[in-house]
Ligand binder design. Sequence first.
Ligand SMILES: Cc1ncc(C[n+]2csc(CCOP(=O)(O)OP(=O)(O)O)c2C)c(N)n1
Ligand SMILES: [Mg+2]
Length: 561
Amino acid sequence: MASNGLSVAEYVVNRLADLGIDRVFGVPGDYSFPFDDAIEACDRVEWIVCANELNAAYAADGYARIQGAAILSTTYGVGELSAINGVMGAKAQRLPVFHIVGAPSTQIQRQGLITHHTLGDGVYNNFRQLSEAACCVAAYLTPDNAIAEMERVIREALRLSAPAYITVPMDLAKMPVIGKPIKGMLLANIERASSDPDSLEAAVDFIITKIAASKTTVALPNQLLARYGAISSAIELFNRSKIPFATTPMDKGTLSEAHPGYLGIYNGAASSPSQVKEIVESADLVLDIGGLIYEDFNTTFWSDAIASAKQLTIGDQFVRMEGTIFTGVALDDVLRGVTRKIQARLQPNSINSTITPVDAKPSDPTTSANFYPRLHALLKSGDVLVVETGTCVLYTTPMRLPDGVGFQTQTLWGSIGWATPAAEGICMANTKGRTILVTGDGSHQLTANEIGVMGRYGIKPIIFVLNNGIYGVENVLSEIGPSYDNLAQWNYAQIPGAMGCRTWFTARVSTVAELDAAIEKANTSDCASYIEVMIPASESQPLPEAVQNQIYKTTIPGRSA
Ligand SMILES: Cc1ncc(C[n+]2csc(CCOP(=O)(O)OP(=O)(O)O)c2C)c(N)n1
Ligand SMILES: [Mg+2]
């Protein structure tokens, strides 16, 4: 069969670029050279060479949250294994990250030669299952299956909104693809999943009947709306029906918090404003749009109380209320179907949340109490606030975001270090406004070397590193004093300079006056900013032991404390 010129590696990169992905995050390596060269040669994608593969995976995760999908490129064994925690996080957070990995050539494999990045046993497929476990679909490419396999992999990764593993041995990667290459569409034009028409109609009618029969309906929209490109359908539904909605911490920022129907955060006992718990739990119908995850940090340690008989879930490919289940129905189709048939309801009064005043004496030391109101005042439409796991996520979750401000956390997977590289990927994909990162010092220490990469590629985030010298949230969850919660004392504000970020504004602030001046500078100058904010370690006081035991369920029956 005639060759059409594109090698397997080039085809993969170009086919993925068709989706509108314009960056590739990764680290090059010899077995991946065919991919690495194909990325370099493709004028639709830019190589973002990260500080390590874990950072690259987090950056790809961040990019996919905004752009809809991402490409991660790592080398065989050593590279792909370093990336796994990040790819697994993307799986937990339901993000299509295409993980492309070059492998030793089949000529090496057939001769039984022993090469680097192996266990020295002549086995060449023992890492596959590990990488595959972090994905929802995998492909082992050859010149004659590459075209068909890429269609399958892309379709599945988008249908399930989860990572895909694509690997090819070096020799096969350099051969031309066999067959007629396929030109793909931009992600925005791709329907992720289709519905069975009868099942869809029955599901929509069921939902309409349930809403009509309820006196009070409240919705809890989930981040899957963003993953499946269904945000505008959800907003139309709320605009037309006037059904009020809240989000869980994990889903914060999915929809505008300035929407008249927005109630606040539903988070069990720590819902904010506090009335949201009662409003949601007393409604006689709760529309769970996307599929709620009753995770410990998403429910304040399972203190949620939504009766399952009142919960109607519109999932990614199903609709369910107790034993009644409709399958073969896509989320977006269901929302649009319901919007077409729904009657407007009476709009309840929205809840006004009080915003903590920003005043404090200029000479006061910086604390959480005076930092977060200032962070809030900085936000404007187009910004994306990226918040790390740690005490910062506890403070920012209740904050009501201005219209058009996005919010990204890794609440489910919760791998510290995620936020710094994720902010890089988000900043590269976010064309609407600024990217503002808030991270604790301990988390930042895991991935701070990505700051140099941000400088190299000229992005301009605003970064707040909260220096309390400890893994503060761990002190809250255990006891004061274990030395394993103390951190090496870094001079954070010197990091950008040491990493070659020459045009960055950097500051270390320990008084309110210094904080205000630094924020003013970050807000008005056209360069990246990195602000180290001193926070007293004494803020992190442990919860009572009884609460800790309740949280971790470690009380052993019959044994006295
Ligand atoms: C990869 C990983 N390792 C360890 C943990 C456990 N852990 C959760 S929060 C945390 C401390 C975060 O400290 P820091 O970023 O300084 O924030 P602070 O609470 O002090 O504001 C740790 C170690 C984790 N979540 N992920
Ligand atoms: Mg800390």
